[in-house]
Design a binder for this molecule. Structure first.
Ligand SMILES: [Zn+2]
Ligand SMILES: [Zn+2]
Length: 256
């Protein structure tokens, strides 16, 4: 039993929404925990507050993994660094790792470092990932997604389990390959099938990826407002995928 706990990964959905301001769904952000390592996968605006609501703290975050440079996926990065530097009575000593697609390094220098400068108090290491890397207890793999010039998806493995974050992604072979056999697939489910938009998966396509990749569980997230109830997307996904389908909600917790 102890082994089971030590080897598991815990996900907290901080934001199941999009760039559209919503009282119910925060902009994209996820907290992923294994052992004593805690990371953010994307951090749209409001992520830091959601983290506090989830009973975790920005102070302890080891790394931020960014899927792409659309603001709804990284807008809280600057507030995070500022808070780490300027919280009275708090002194950060450990390095903050920021990982993103190769183009993100240049973006960081232009958009973040020019405003905040380089903190003296602790170091920030910005890394462009291509292919794979190890971080703490995680083995990390990525693939380019069909969405924007620099968009990538992440696969985190730990203790024989795998969790995949599509980021923003349209259907392609790469996302199916990356998701192969994953315990949990957190999928961009921007729209119901009737409103399918290029560069994003529809609910039915989320199910298609889940089926072709043979994942265990599918979590539908990145939910744009639509004319139909959000829960209808679960039915559309199930037309393709016979496994468990869950509609993401903010502050939902899932362990694998
Ligand atoms: Zn997005
Ligand atoms: Zn995007």
């Amino acid at each position: 039993m102890l082994d089971l706990i030590c080897n598991s990964m815990k996900l907290i959905v901080l934001g199941s929404g999009t760039c559209v301001p919503s009282l119910n769904r925060n902009a994209p952000g996820y907290y992923l925990e294994a052992g004593d390592t805690g990371i953010l996968v994307d951090c749209g605006s409001g992520t830091l507050l959601q983290l506090e609501r989830a009973g975790r703290s920005y102070r302890d975050i080891d790394a931020v993994f960014i899927t792409h440079t659309h603001p709804d996926h990284f807008a809280d990065l600057m507030p995070l660094i500022h808070a780490l530097r300027a919280t009275p009575g708090f002194k950060r000593t450990k390095t903050l790792f920021i990982v993103g697609p190769a183009l993100f390094i240049e973006y960081y220098d232009r958009a973040v470092a020019t405003v905040l400068g380089r903190p003296r108090e602790f170091s920030i290491q910005v890394t462009g990932i291509s292919g794979r890397m190890d971080f703490g207890p995680f083995s990390v793999r990525t693939t380019k997604t069909v969405h924007s010039e620099d968009s990538i998806a992440y696969r985190f493995e730990h203790g024989g389990r795998a969790m995949v974050f599509t980021g923003d992604a349209d259907y392609d072979e790469g996302i199916v390959d990356l998701s192969r056999g994953a315990d949990l697939l957190i999928a961009d489910c921007s729209f119901p099938d009737a409103n399918k938009a290029r560069g994003h998966l529809s609910a039915r396509e989320c199910g298609l990826v889940a089926r072709e990749a043979g994942v265990k569980r599918l979590l539908l997230s990145h939910i744009y407002p639509a004319d139909t109830p959000d829960i209808d997307r679960v039915r559309e996904s199930r037309e393709e995928f016979g496994g468990e389908v869950v509609l993401a909600g903010d502050l939902m917790e899932i362990s694998v």
